[in-house]
Design a protein around this ligand. Structure first.
Ligand code: ADP
Ligand code: MG
Length: 571
């Protein structure tokens, strides 16, 4: 039937729309970027489904996006000939938020406009950003493979509900028509639309077409002329995927803009690396180090940030086989020349090419970090400090996850110490400052830096002027289990076992301790008996200077911090 039916938006969508229409965006022009990006996604999906079903291309195999505007009707229309939407898909995909990330986002909204605006920028609101400039949106679509009679029209004023009806539509794909608000009429301008598309969508691999305009002088003497549209459509973007272009033809701004769209991050990345890798496995690699951690970096279902393409055909997002988990914060694109187009996630896990790509990616990222971290340039040093504050804890997971790169990862780690409050001390720095005769890198783990710093276990080290690394990050204890030494020097927790300061210990001190052990033997025995359920051993120590007693773990024991962490995790 042709009767239209009304549906309510899912509550989260209504909430989001409220936010959008109350113009949280400081940057309204991004509506075009979002809609063009959806059009491009729709074409990617058609290409992907078309791999196994060429009939879906019907008689229009050339994919493109058309952007047009109508000054009289006050509308802008974005049309693609991609996969299209069935009626049910229009209801589901345009009326609810499918992605858990976006739902998550909505749940985090605080009602404070400023911080919400920042959050929203991190996620983007995709389709709904149309309502920044429009007070009504009409979507007309037909899904590839469905008959002309199975088209759909979806209309909404961006408040609580939307209407859907069946229409006849010959053209495959989707047209999105924005009925502009009075305060957004400035977008009814070909030059303006072109410049927005060039700014945000130049890297889109499809042609984006607009009608060519020509200047027409006025027929009335003395009156200004104006632009008029012709029937000719012209491509206004470069229409080649950014990563396929030659490095030297890509500007810094283009790299940054591409990153922002890829990652949904508003901030520019700290660094990136773009390479064509040749050899037994050939691929293009474009990897970015973000400046800011996403909100879900430590959530259970966090995904890696790599998009996989095969010969420029988009295959999948979040290709977890292409990057180890401890580098999950890296964003980027891999375009392989060797993988089959119909590769699945399962196949990826077994592929030797994928293994090679993953190793190549890992090497590349670690070397980018190495370059940043060892740079003498103060801007780079600042970048590395910023990187480390955001992602240092994740990087440490690599000690346990990536045995073959353990040494490279260890080099990148930074800690606070008894002489440095900032997390700025590398193992190498520490080694360079070691005392004559010191033969271990000493560290202490605790719940907080303050607790570590004030631990009685440090008394002797302070007295002797020996630097101790302070570790209060939740993963430190676990990660350090995998690192016994750095560059030939053993790591030694000062909270475990009998601290043997080796050559640093004076002969007199050792002797005094032995004598004390002898003198206090009866006392120690009494203490041992009365504490027998609580302490394994009671002994005289030289590690304390001011405090009368302290608890220590046995060598190889779990520390109290690790025990707490495991308990929190329910183990
Ligand atoms: P995202 O693009 O991140 O999935 P959006 O809000 O931009 O989120 O779009 C929501 C959904 O609407 C898309 O996932 C897609 O299913 C559908 N959609 C939007 N635009 C189009 C289009 N031009 N063609 C086909 N489907 C579309
Ligand atoms: Mg989108």
């Amino acid at each position: 039937s042709n009767k239209s039916k009304s549906y309510s938006f899912q509550a989260e969508v209504a909430q989001l729309l409220h936010l959008v229409t109350h113009s949280l965006y400081s940057n309204p022009e991004i509506f075009l970027r979002e809609l063009v990006s959806n059009a491009s996604d729709a074409c990617d999906k058609l290409r992907f489904e078309g791999i196994n079903n060429a009939a879906l291309f019907e008689d229009a195999p050339n994919l493109s996006v058309r952007v047009s505007f109508d000054t009289e009707a006050k509308t802008i229309t974005i049309t693609d000939n991609g996969i299209g939407l069935s009626q049910q898909e229009a209801i589901d995909n345009l009326g609810t938020i499918a992605k858990s990330g976006t739902r998550d986002f909505v749940s985090k909204l605080s009602g404070d406009q400023k911080s919400d605006a920042q959050l929203i920028g991190q996620f983007g609101v995709g389709f709904y950003s149309g309502f920044i400039v429009a007070d009504k949106i009409t979507v007309e679509s037909r899904r590839a493979g469905l008959s002309h009679a199975e088209g759909v029209r979806w209309i909404s004023g961006g408040t609580g509900d939307f209407d859907v009806e069946t229409i006849d539509r010959a053209a495959r794909g989707t047209s999105i028509t924005l009925h502009l608000r009075e305060d957004a009429l400035e977008y009814l301008n070909g030059w303006k639309l072109k410049s927005i598309i060039n700014k945000y969508s130049d890297h889109i691999s499809l042609p984006i077409l607009m009608q060519k305009e020509v200047w027409q002088e006025s027929e009335v003497e003395g009156e200004p002329g104006h632009m008029v549209k012709t029937d000719e459509w012209e491509t206004i973007n470069s229409a080649s995927a950014l990563w396929t272009r030659n490095k030297k033809d890509i500007t810094e701004e283009q790299y940054i803009e591409f990153y922002k769209q890829l990652s949904r991050d508003q901030e520019a990345p700290l660094s990136w690396s773009h390479n064509r890798v040749e050899g037994s496995t050939e691929y293009t690699q474009l990897l970015y180090i973000p400046a800011k951690a996403p909100h879900d970096l430590f959530s259970r279902d966090v995904k890696t940030g790599i998009k996989l393409y095969v010969k420029r055909v988009f295959i999948m997002d979040e290709a977890e086989s292409l990057m180890p988990m401890y580098l999950r914060f890296i964003k980027g694109v891999i375009d392989s020349a060797d993988l089959p187009l119909n590769v699945s996630r399962e196949l990826l896990q077994e592929s030797r090419d994928v293994k090679a790509i993953r190793e190549g990616n890992t090497r590349r990222v670690l070397s980018m970090l190495e370059t940043l971290s060892s740079s003498t340039d103060s801007a780079d040093q600042e970048k590395y400090a910023k990187f480390y504050a955001e992602f240092g804890s994740v990087l440490k997971e690599g000690l346990g996850e990536d045995f073959s790169n353990k040494d490279k990862i260890a080099k990148l780690l930074r800690f606070a110490s008894t002489t440095h409050d900032e997390a700025s001390v590398s193992f190498a720095d520490y080694k360079a400052r070691m005392k004559e005769g010191q033969d271990a890198i000493y560290y202490i783990t605790a719940e907080t830096l303050a607790a570590a710093k004030n631990s009685p276990q440090l008394e002797l080290f302070k007295k002797k002027g020996i630097e101790v690394l302070l570790m209060a990050d939740r993963v430190d204890e676990w990660a350090l289990n995998f690192l016994n030494e750095f560059d030939g020097t053993p790591l030694q927790s000062v909270a475990k076992g009998a601290v043997d300061l080796g050559k640093l210990q004076d002969e007199d001190e050792k002797k005094a301790a032995e004598e004390a052990a002898e003198t206090f033997k009866p006392l120690l025995e009494r203490l041992s008996t009365s504490l027998k359920d609580k302490a394994k051993e009671v002994r005289v120590t030289t590690r304390l200077v001011d405090s009368p007693a302290c608890l220590v773990g046995a060598d190889g024991d779990m520390s109290s911090q690790l025990a707490r962490m495991l308990k929190q995790m329910g183990q």
